[in-house]
Structures are given as structure tokens and as C-alpha cells.
Ligand binder design. Structure first.
Ligand SMILES: Cc1cc2nc3c(=O)[nH]c(=O)nc-3n(C[C@H](O)[C@H](O)[C@H](O)COP(=O)(O)OP(=O)(O)OC[C@H]3O[C@@H](n4cnc5c(N)ncnc54)[C@H](O)[C@@H]3O)c2cc1C
Length: 392
């Protein structure tokens, strides 16, 4: 489906193919994902295995990288079909687990910036659902101000030796590959110059992963240490010193690719149905509930605006950040509304709890959402700069 982008109108009809795709995805989820599944990152290793198996099943059906070009192992579908996949996955607690990262932005970054050999090496395993990537950008003193990162890549023969530390690296313990941002050469007056992206296997000697305990549970956050880690010239993505452009593109994809609004929508409807059977939503909560539904719709619309821009080329930083702002705030608003509706029973994790413990799980992740992928203040700054006439 291709339609000219008109920012003044909203067309919710993604076309027949997308509708069939949604139905097929729901069938597959019903077949493969147990009721009450809350994602891959629980204490139970079986949940991770379910996610890995599900990715392979989606790949076999051509549904994992539905909008990728066929030459890269995709199905040549539209970005709207990819949006349908994203919505159905997030609505069902992201049964693709950590692989969403490879599909969402690592693959597209390799397509945009990679050499032919890199595309051949890295894209098929992502499209086949066989590989987990992690993102080594943030450091203890370089989060919002990412351009001040200090992990260094020193020339060594034809390649480099990398030394430094990353932090908050999601899925580093289970990942096979890392998109690593390091500095080549001394920092100049423009801090982002010299930043270089390396594609490094996580089993390379000199890499140590240390999990960080957090309320997000096992697997999620880690520190990663690089001690004299060797990098080869063909492991640079996008050119030496050209990493900032790769990072910007990656983050714009990442910010749009997480359809948390779909989960919010599903949880509100599921709890709404349960409450309807018990006399309906209590009157003191109705206004809050309505505001939460409006937040969900707003987030969906802003996400669609970014998707429409992606269809026409690539989303601007500001459009991606506006979508991210709306999505993460709706996440928190819905989490609070669900908590208030159910009261202390929200804290009952697992199947005996309301919605199988999904409310408590959703609340925990919602708290982190306004920090991950750039904090809410940084997203606001990107949007403000664009509105005040700064860079796109
Ligand atoms: C769940 C989760 C997963 C993550 N996964 C990854 C990952 O896989 N890979 C990775 O590289 N990183 C990851 N991160 C790290 C994330 O990108 C950083 O936490 C984030 O960018 C903020 O950086 P920081 O923690 O250093 O905070 P800081 O940058 O130190 O910010 C601290 C506070 O100061 C505010 N602040 C800072 N600068 C400004 C400014 N100029 N104006 C106004 N306010 C400002 C911030 O908004 C924030 O409130 C993850 C984080 C979370 C929570």
C-alpha cells in the first residue's frame, strides 16, 4: 500500500493485506505463546526459549522482517505492515524478546550504512530470527550527553584495540553481537566527531559482561567492559569517525519502533471487560480512564506520523521524539490508571494476579520508559529545537 503522506488527514485503514496479517499474527500468538506470557525476561528460562522459538516461527512464515526488501531476507511489505507486526507484538508482551532490537534498528542501520559484505553477513541471521544484538552506546559519564563517550579505539596495525566501559546495556548477557560506539582519535572541539561504530561479537576476548540488578528483572541491564578488544577494519559500520550519523538514525528507528501504546490499549480493554462484568469502571475513575484512552490514541497517531515519514524517506529526529514522548507518557498514565482501578491486588505477580500479573509488570517497565532510548527531557529538547527552527 502506498499513499501520499498528508499530515492533515489520518487514514486508519492499512489495507486488506495488513488486516489479514493482523489476523494471522493473532493466530500464531494463540498457537505459540502461553496465556499469561509476560515476555522473555522473567526468572524462568523457558520464557526466553519461547521468544527464540517464536522468532524462528515468524521468520519461517516471512513475518519477522515483513517490510525488509526481499534481497535482505524480508517479505518486501510496507512500513504499515511492519507497524501491524510491531503493534501485535507489543500488545502481547513482545514475544520476540530481545530480537526486536535487531529487527527494529540494527538491520535498518546495516542496510543504510553497511558494506555489501556486512549486509551479506549480518542481515540474513536477523531475518531468520537467529541472532540477538545489544547496543553499546551509554557509558557511566555519557548518557544524555552521548557525544562525550570515552571508550577508545586505538589504532593497532590495520585494526584497533578497544578499551572502555558501557553501562545499561540491555540483553548484553544473551547477545551474540554488539553495536559499539567508540572514539577513534583525540576528542576535538566538536565532540561527536571521531565517534565510530563497530560491529563486535560478544565472545571476542577482552569483553566482560556484568549484570545490574534492577526492577526490570534478569537479563535486562548490564555493564560491559572492553579490555584491549581487537576490532578489524571490516567491523566498522558507516566509516571511521562517521558514527554519529549512524547513532542518530538508529535512535530515530528505535524511538518509533516500540509500540507500547498497543499494550496500553490491550490492557485497558482487557481490564475494562473484567470490570464491566463486575458493575463497570467505578465512577471516581471514569475521567482518569478516559484521559488514559485519549493518551493511547494520541500516542498511536504520533507514531503513525513517524511511520508515514518513514514511508516517504526517514522520520525526522523531532517526529521520532514526539512519538516517543507520547508513547512513554501514555505508558505511565495507563500504568497508574490500571493500578488505581485494581488497588493493591495489582502487586500480585503471576497468574493469580489481575490480568495474570500484567499490571504490575507493565508498571515496572513503564517507569524505565522515560529514561531508555534518551530521557524525556532530551526528547523534549529535540522537539523544541525543531519547533524553534534548529536542526531537523
Ligand atoms: C531500561 C533501560 C534500557 C537501556 N538500554 C540501553 C542499551 O541497551 N544501550 C545503551 O547504550 N543504553 C541503554 N540505556 C541507557 C539510556 O540510554 C540512558 O540511561 C539515558 O540516555 C540517560 O542517560 P544517563 O542514565 O547517563 O542519565 P544522565 O544523562 O546523567 O541524565 C540524568 C538526568 O539529567 C537530565 N539531563 C541530562 N542532560 C540534560 C540536559 N541537557 N537538559 C535537561 N536535562 C538533562 C536527564 O534527563 C536525566 O533526568 C537504557 C536505559 C534504561 C532505563
Amino acid at each position: 500500500m502506498t499513499r501520499p503522506y498528508d499530515p492533515r488527514t489520518v487514514d486508519y485503514d492499512f489495507g486488506d493485506r495488513a488486516a489479514e496479517l493482523r489476523t494471522r499474527l493473532r493466530e500464531l500468538i494463540a498457537q505459540e505463546i502461553p496465556e499469561g506470557y509476560l515476555g522473555a525476561f522473567s526468572e524462568d528460562p523457558a520464557d526466553l526459549e519461547i521468544a527464540q522459538r517464536f522468532c524462528r516461527r515468524l521468520a519461517e512464515e516471512g513475518l519477522l522482517t515483513v517490510a525488509w526488501p526481499e534481497e535482505y531476507g524480508g517479505a518486501g511489505g510496507s512500513v504499515w505492515e511492519q507497524t501491524v507486526v510491531r503493534e501485535e507484538m507489543w500488545a502481547h508482551h513482545e514475544p520476540r524478546g530481545a530480537q526486536y532490537m535487531g529487527l527494529n534498528w540494527v538491520g535498518p542501520a546495516v542496510m543504510a550504512f553497511g558494506t555489501d559484505a556486512q549486509k551479506e553477513q549480518f542481515l540474513p541471521p536477523i531475518a531468520q530470527g537467529r541472532v540477538i544484538w545489544c547496543q553499546g552506546f551509554s557509558e557511566p559519564d555519557a548518557g544524555s550527553d552521548l557525544a562525550s563517550l570515552t571508550t577508545r579505539a586505538e589504532p593497532d596495525g590495520e585494526g584497533w584495540r578497544i578499551n572502555g566501559q558501557k553501562i545499561w546495556t540491555s540483553y548484553a548477557e544473551m547477545a551474540q553481537w554488539c553495536v559499539l560506539a567508540a572514539r577513534v582519535g583525540a576528542p576535538g572541539p566538536r565532540k561527536h566527531e571521531g565517534i565510530t561504530i563497530f560491529l563486535i561479537p560478544m565472545d571476542r576476548p577482552g569483553i566482560t559482561v556484568r549484570p545490574i540488578k534492577s526492577m526490570l528483572g534478569r537479563h535486562h541491564l548490564n555493564e560491559v567492559f572492553f579490555d584491549e578488544v581487537r576490532a578489524e577494519p571490516d567491523e566498522v559500520l558507516g566509516g571511521v569517525g562517521e558514527g554519529w550519523g549512524v547513532i542518530r538514525r538508529a535512535l530515530a528507528h528505535e524511538r518509533v519502533g516500540i509500540a507500547r501504546y498497543a499494550r496500553c490499549d490491550r490492557l485497558l480493554s482487557a481490564l475494562g471487560e473484567e470490570m464491566a462484568a463486575q458493575g463497570g469502571i467505578p465512577s471516581h475513575l471514569r475521567a482518569q480512564w478516559a484521559r488514559a484512552l485519549v493518551a493511547v490514541r494520541t500516542a498511536r497517531l504520533l507514531a503513525y506520523r513517524a511511520v508515514a515519514e518513514a514511508e516517504a524517506g526517514s522520520p525526522s529526529d523531532a517526529t521520532a521524539s514526539a512519538a516517543r514522548l507520547a508513547v512513554t507518557q501514555c505508558d505511565q498514565q495507563v500504568a497508574e490508571t490500571l493500578f488505581q482501578a485494581v488497588g493493591e491486588r495489582s502487586l500480585e505477580a503471576g497468574p493469580p494476579g489481575p490480568l495474570h500479573g500484567a499490571i504490575e509488570d507493565h508498571w515496572r517497565y513503564a517507569q524505565a520508559a522515560t529514561v531508555a532510548s534518551g530521557t524525556i527531557e532530551i526528547q523534549r529538547m529535540i522537539v523544541s529545537r525543531a519547533l524553534l527552527g534548529g536542526s531537523r
